[in-house]
Design a protein around this ligand. Structure first.
Ligand code: NAD
Length: 273
């Protein structure tokens, strides 16, 4: 039975806008009951008002474990057992490896600890319920290929990837476990995080709705890595970049050789895996 079905319950963090709100719409379109969570109460209320269907809302800062536990209790009180948890809340603050401590702490607190707090609050209960269900964590290509800049963001998303891979393995070890784990990896998506004040979607970006639909397809197909493209980067390019990054280690190249002047030509000629 699909998780995306009439009467089943979803909890989505960071759902006041962007990808989280689009995921909420995709769930409601399929008759699910949805709890929206965000730390921004005003935008959260506006988002909930814009939706039709069975919607509950909870103001929740995902970096605070007590607030995530309260979110769990509010979601269960509103809609019963949770079938889908989407740990989506995220932030991006500029920094370098040696500077921007505030940005480092804020980024890791939300992007990495927010996901861990979500798992700690919800997974034991979901295991106990014994129903089929799914946990989707928001990764990023930046957590896989590690492009220069935004170090804390890349670290946080690499951490989410590791946590989610371990979660999938843990679920496989539990006899009869009916939960699945998924890493949703958007490409360039037009949201509050990437808009930079622009009102119109750049041609190269996907919409949040496209990411949400890809998420539903991926979870239903049982995919662990749900890698989204955008209108600039196709799957062949993603595969080439991911394999080249791993090749820095196996081929003994310098770190981040894709952006090294001595290796630019070799990367361009590399046909991919
Ligand atoms: N937009 C992209 O191109 C892109 C690409 C890869 C990954 N992502 C990831 O997708 C996820 C959603 O991002 P988006 O692009 O929709 O951005 P967004 O800024 O539109 O949405 C993020 C939401 O998280 C909320 N939030 C921030 N801190 C929070 C906290 N402490 N507690 C609860 N909620 C909090 C914000 O209020 C906002 O509503 C993020 O994890 C982001 O890293 C986005």
């Amino acid at each position: 039975m699909s998780i995306f079905a009439e009467g089943r319950a979803a909890v989505i963090t960071g759902a006041a806008g962007g990808i989280g709100l689009a995921v909420a719409r995709a769930c409601l379109d399929r008759g699910m009951r949805v709890t929206l969570a965000d730390h921004d109460g005003d935008r959260l209320r506006a988002a909930a008002d814009s939706l039709a269907g069975q919607v509950a809302q909870a103001v929740c800062d995902v970096s605070d474990p007590a607030q995530v536990e309260a979110l769990r209790d509010a979601a269960v009180a509103a809609h019963g057992p949770v079938d889908l948890l989407v740990n989506n809340a995220g932030v991006a603050h500029p920094n370098k490896p040696w500077s921007g401590r505030e940005g480092w702490e804020a980024t890791l607190a939300v992007n990495l600890w927010g996901v861990i707090n979500g798992l700690h609050a919800f997974v034991p209960m979901m295991l106990e319920e014994g129903r089929d269900g799914a946990v989707v964590n928001l990764g990023s290509k930046q957590g896989i290929t590690n492009p220069p800049g935004n170090t804390a963001y890349n670290v946080s998303k690499a951490g989410v990837r590791v946590v989610t891979e371990q979660l999938a393995w843990e679920f496989r070890q539990i006899e009869g476990c009916r939960l699945s784990a998924h890493l949703l990896v958007p490409g360039f998506t037009f949201t509050g995080m990437t808009a930079g004040g622009a009102a119109e979607k750049p041609a190269g970006a996907w919409t949040g709705e496209q990411v949400a639909e890809r998420m539903v397809e991926g979870v239903e197909a049982g995919a662990f890595y749900i890698i989204c493209q955008d209108n600039e980067v196709d799957w062949d390019t993603d595969r080439k970049r991911i394999a080249w990054g791993a090749g820095d280690i196996t081929e003994g190249r310098p770190a981040l050789s894709r952006w090294h002047p001595d290796f630019g030509e070799a990367f361009r000629r590399y046909p991919g895996p």
